[in-house]
Design a protein around this ligand. Sequence first.
Ligand code: FAD
Length: 319
Amino acid sequence: MPPKPLVYNGTLVERIDLTDALSLFRIQPDDPPKRDEQGAWFTPGQYCVIGLNNEEKPELGSVRRSMSIASAPEHTGPIEFYIRFVAKPESENPLTHLLWKRQAGQRIYMRPVAAGVFTLKDTVGLDDPRYKILVAAGTGSAPFVSMARSAVHRDPKADLSKLVILHGASYDADLGYRDELDGYVKNNGLHYYGTVSRPQQCPNWHGDTGRVEAFFEPARLVDLEKRLGLGEGGLTPKTAAVLICGLQGTIGSTLTSLIPRGFVPDFKRIREALGVAPEVPASLFYEQYDTEPVIDIKDPAVTEPLKAQLADALHKLAS
Ligand SMILES: Cc1cc2nc3c(=O)[nH]c(=O)nc-3n(C[C@H](O)[C@H](O)[C@H](O)COP(=O)(O)OP(=O)(O)OC[C@H]3O[C@@H](n4cnc5c(N)ncnc54)[C@H](O)[C@@H]3O)c2cc1C
């Protein structure tokens, strides 16, 4: 039985195509969301579920998918999502294929509440003084854009110098929100580095190259440390917490690179596989958009070296 048709409760009021496969979708819900006394209706980093009915093939029913909210929770206009068209989907009724046929003015379903704990409040805590290194590939930057936007919405002079957004994409045109984030660099002290993995096809790109996780490769870590004013070897859970958003490749590679620095993932089964004592606080958090295992915790050839590296790093940090 296909899922029941959804009752649409919002309007896609605007759609901005950044490229053929990357778009901003702005949705106005019929009923305004409930706001707290500061005007916020969710916490930056949370997501909503949006959905569509397959009108061309009604036998496939409806499809709903989680989408991180890119707008600020205090923003009173439409709710913004930063979405990639998935060319090779897994399901027979992919949401992005229906969404790409939608135009401004058409109706849509959006679950009227936000969910999720991939927020600064629920991970490191709002008062954490360390650098927050926010690592994203592709549309994984949406939660981090919301975090920056919210801080600036509340205080245009907000100090974002402890936020570090690292954003990776294939081409420079895919680095959505670049101009806005550059503005926060200038006005609020945000650290923002975009990186492109296909620089040969980006003649006007003069920034970093390689995949975003390459910032953490041993040979390049010192460069990132230098940019943040940390000494060589200074990027550890004492100075930073890491939040990663996107697909398995980015999350798994970043985690693997940062384990020798003592970063501990906030994921019970990986912690257990790496022999981390329950009292050791997590310093690396992630929101995953696909379902591939982040690392193969059943393979001792994967876990044993990581376990030894982490034990060694935690020992050094404690001494
Ligand atoms: C908490 C959460 C928040 C999310 N937020 C966003 C968001 O802000 N923007 C967004 O584009 N997607 C986001 N996603 C992914 C989204 O929910 C869907 O999985 C995606 O849109 C594909 O759905 P589909 O029905 O078109 O394809 P499906 O048939 O469901 O295909 C799923 C496959 O698509 C691939 N995929 C999923 N997401 C992406 C992506 N972003 N880029 C490239 N490949 C991908 C993966 O390989 C995944 O296994 C989020 C997922 C989660 C769990």
